[in-house]
Design a protein around this ligand. Structure first.
Ligand SMILES: Nc1ncnc2c1ncn2[C@@H]1O[C@H](COP(=O)(O)OP(=O)(O)OP(=O)(O)O)[C@@H](O)[C@H]1O
Ligand SMILES: [Mg+2]
Length: 237
């Protein structure tokens, strides 16, 4: 099993959109692939609201009786707060344990799962709190070894947001293997320029924090070519 973890520069940046495309594309290559959203807030009882867990990996494709989440939290606020309101506490160790247990069960269902994609979407942004002591960045680090993808919108402000997030992730010992720009915001004057600016202006300045980053992957609205990203993930040591 090869793990891929999705972090965001914020909430609503396109993590689920990318994750569902990756799970589907890897499956279409004839490989086992699943997408997990262990912790999700804003999960209501309403049948017309589709959860991230469902968008990532539709129930129809999951083994029967499979739990959709480790923790589905009702209120649409930060997981630490939604959990507190329900009188539960989130812990990185428990979530990592749940992911590992899920992977073990899923591997047992497949004949050859050495190249399986186990994708894990975190909640909100990289520094969204999970508890008084942990954020999504801590969860991503604890899920290692994994290919960590930072998702950001191809829009004004992204040069700052990617720089700040990469520096902060480095400070807490979480390394990022790929940056993906999504079209999760309306186009603005910067759209289309940001991948080049990240590659030529931002990454060279962040060599110490993110030595392995050189190129930016893009997932466009019209023709999402996922092959370069899938190849980078599949050949990751
Ligand atoms: N590459 C893209 N092209 C077009 N639309 C996109 C793209 N990525 C995301 N979107 C749209 O942007 C919105 C937010 O995306 P998404 O739900 O994937 O974000 P997220 O990072 O998973 O959010 P959350 O923090 O709630 O988990 C959705 O309506 C989605 O369809
Ligand atoms: Mg999401």
């Amino acid at each position: 099993v090869r793990r891929l973890v999705l972090l965001g520069t914020g909430t609503g940046v396109g993590k689920t959109h990318l994750g569902s495309l990756l799970v589907r594309a890897w499956g279409e290559r004839g490989q086992a692939a699943w997408g997990l959203k262990p912790i999700e807030s804003g999960v209501s009882e309403r049948a017309d609201e589709v959860t991230d867990a469902e968008r990532l990996w539709p129930a129809a494709q999951r083994p029967p009786g499979w739990p959709s989440h480790q923790r589905a939290l009702r209120d649409p606020v930060s997981p630490h707060l939604a959990a507190r309101r329900e009188g539960v506490e989130l812990s990185v160790d428990a979530t990592v344990g749940w992911v590992m247990e899920a992977e073990a069960k899923l591997v047992a269902l497949h004949d050859n799962a050495t190249q399986a994609m186990s994708l894990v979407e975190t909640a909100g942004g990289a520094f969204t709190p999970l508890s008084a002591t942990a954020t999504c960045a801590d969860l991503a680090r604890a899920l290692g070894p994994a290919f960590v993808v930072l998702v950001a919108p191809d829009a004004l402000g992204v040069l700052h947001d990617v720089s700040a997030t990469l520096l902060a992730l480095h400070a807490v010992g979480c390394s990022v293997d790929a940056v993906v720009l999504s079209e999760s915001r309306p186009d603005d004057a910067s759209t289309g320029t940001n991948s080049g600016e990240l590659e030529e202006n931002v990454f060279p300045r962040l060599r110490a924090a993110a030595p392995s980053l050189s190129r930016v992957f893009r997932v466009s609205r019209t023709s999402p070519d996922l092959n370069p990203l899938l190849d980078a993930w599949a050949t990751f040591p």
